[in-house]
Design a protein around this ligand. Structure first.
Ligand code: URQ
Ligand code: ZN
Ligand code: ZN
Length: 574
């Protein structure tokens, strides 16, 4: 168990609060620039060459390295009570491991049992996480039942507690039916929140499980057999159809199969506002492990939707990310020890669902995406950080290396390799689905809100260093794309310079009914874009400059399309 470490107030950190990263390649989703980055008080203060900075500033030489925005993992389940047990990586261990791998923000899921208050559960999660987290975190809220109270509490969560996303299940005992899904999505849309779905056909799964058990199938191989690709693809399609009918944008979590990805492509091509997240598990391994004769090995790979037996799935999903059919990568980190997985010995439907990934996500995606030549570093940044920041409305505070942004930065050495193993990972769990995988790319330094938490590969994460980050409703990238389009058009035509561009982005105004109304301390900064309170010493995004240096060509579709700079093959979608 962890020992709490007291936070050092920023003003007492003396010269430690200043840092310059020199000679590296700064990677944003829009391109790569060779620049130095100066950080003070947890914020990126200057980017450029020959910067004038105070004496005594620590220098990190990043020659030959990439300077990346810290990863944002939009999908974790730390200390989660599920299937009769609790996931073993808690908010301390989980965020510490996240940092070790180059992730500087996670978004977890508040998970009420069917019928419980989502508001009470939110407070419970805040209580268990706030003092433990080593990096910043946000919260989605799961809707495991549907009624008027849930609807009212959604509003409170959006308007007073910094929640802007709700996950609905189409499988498990707590799944919503189609009518409830429609109402919940409609409620999300009306609040300016984002509806998320776990897309699997729960009724077919139930029937398949019964049938398989009757046939005597009890081992882990029964898991995928009971929930094949078609069961996932059907639910993804149904979710898209319901979202369209309810006029709601939609985020499909953990897209695990080729056919589910194809369904998303079809709906996006038809103009739907739908975004897809796949998992590092789906990109880094496959369902062949369910045939392994060792129960612990095969059960260790069980999650839902499952890994697919088709060995071409990981490459296919990476290509969908390259083509912008899918936009985000999460870990769905939800870990159970061997003894917990053993609860399903003799009955595969009782094996607690979930695998690791929060620590290895960046390395595995770099290996399978960048090192293998399918994507460039800019697209890597988009799918591991920027797109999550945009959809969950913390951009440009997070998700980019820009003046005024939080100093959440990874110095990535593509020339070094690491071998993933349960023997060396920083997790509480005793199994790793990527065991033995050699990955090119090592996060040599990880800077979390200005503090060096991985220092030349030495992990120095600090419990309680992270804070809860409010995710305001009405993300402009979802709900005001036409305003963004105008702004980017003005930049393209030379009407706006970069500073004006950033100021415009920060000042997009929304309908008053959806304005976020936090209880602000005097020192906190509220902006017309309704962002929440920021701790002292953090930036006012209206006063900052924000570099999008490449020329952008915009085209309105379901959202703003941005063509990438010449030479870069990343396919950013805004
Ligand atoms: O469905 C999820 O995201 C959670 C509840 C369980 N983990 C998993 O198997 N994907
Ligand atoms: Zn799920
Ligand atoms: Zn999950």
């Amino acid at each position: 168990m962890s020992t709490p470490v007291k936070k050092v107030p920023i003003h007492l950190q003396s010269s430690q609060n200043r840092l310059i990263i020199k000679n590296g390649k700064v990677v944003n989703e829009t391109g790569i620039l060779e620049d130095d980055v100066f950080i003070e008080d947890g914020i990126i203060k200057q980017i450029g060459k020959n910067l004038i900075i105070p004496g005594g500033t620590r220098v990190i030489d990043a020659r030959g390295r990439y300077i990346l925005p810290g990863g944002i993992d939009p999908h974790t389940h730390f200390e989660f009570d599920f299937m009769g047990t609790r996931s073993v990586d808690d908010f301390y261990q989980g965020t510490k491991a996240a940092i070790a791998g180059g992730t500087t923000m996670i978004i977890d899921f508040v998970f009420p049992k069917k019928g419980e208050s989502i508001l009470d559960k939110y407070h419970e999660y805040r209580q268990k996480a706030d003092d433990k987290v080593c990096c910043d975190y946000g919260l989605h809220v799961c809707l495991t039942s549907w009624n008027d109270r849930v609807r009212d509490e959604m509003k409170t969560l959006c308007q007073q507690h910094g929640v802007n996303s709700f996950k609905m299940f189409m499988a498990y005992d707590f799944m919503l039916n189609d009518e409830e899904l429609y109402s919940a999505m409609e409620a999300c849309k009306n609040l300016g929140a984002l509806a998320q779905v776990h897309a699997e056909n729960g009724s077919i799964i139930r029937k398949n499980v019964e049938k398989l058990k009757a046939q005597g199938v009890t081992g882990p191989e029964g898991h995928e057999l009971s929930r094949p690709e078609s069961v996932e693809a059907e639910a993804v399609n149904r979710a898209c159809v319901i979202a369209k009918a309810a006029d709601s944008p939609l985020y499909v979590v953990h897209v695990m199969s080729k056919s589910a990805g194809n369904v998303i492509r079809e709906h996006r091509d038809g103009g739907a506002q739908v975004w897809g997240e796949t998992l590092v598990a789906a990109l880094g391994t496959d369902g062949s492990h369910y045939k392994h004769t060792c129960f612990h090995h095969s059960a260790g790979h069980i999650l839902s939707p499952p890994l697919r037996p088709d060995p071409t799935t990981p490459g296919y999903l990476m290509n969908l990310l390259a083509q912008d059919v899918l936009q985000l990568t999460g870990s769905d980190h939800c870990t159970f020890k061997k003894e917990q997985k053993a609860m399903g010995q003799g009955d595969f439907s009782k094996i607690p669902n979930g695998v690791n990934g929060v620590e290895s996500r960046m390395a595995v995606i770099w290996e399978k995406g960048v090192h293998s030549g399918l994507i460039d570093p800019s697209r890597f940044v988009a799918i591991t950080s920027t797109n999550a920041a945009k959809l969950f409305n913390v951009y440009p505070r997070k998700g980019c290396i820009a003046v005024g942004s939080d100093a959440d930065i990874v110095i990535w050495n593509p020339a070094k390799t690491q071998t993933i193993s349960a023997q060396t990972h920083h997790l509480a769990v005793d199994f790793n689905i990527f065991e033995g995988m050699v990955c090119h790319g090592v996060p040599e330094f990880v800077i979390v809100n200005g503090r060096v938490c991985v220092d030349d590969e030495n992990l120095r994460a600090v419990q309680g260093h992270g804070t809860f980050v409010e995710t305001p409703v009405n993300a402009p990238f979802i709900y005001a794309p036409e305003k963004l389009e105008e702004i980017f058009e003005s930049k393209k035509n030379g009407v706006l310079d970069e500073v004006e561009l950033h100021n415009k982005l920060a000042k997009i105004e929304f309908e008053p009914k959806t304005c976020f109304t936090p209880t602000l301390p005097d020192s906190a900064i509220g902006t017309p874009s309704c962002r929440g309170a920021r701790p002292e010493g953090q930036r006012n995004i209206q006063d900052s400059t924000f570099s999008i240096s490449e020329e952008m060509d915009t085209e309105r579709k379901s959202c703003i399309k941005v063509k990438n700079p010449p030479g870069g093959k990343s396919s950013g979608f805004w």
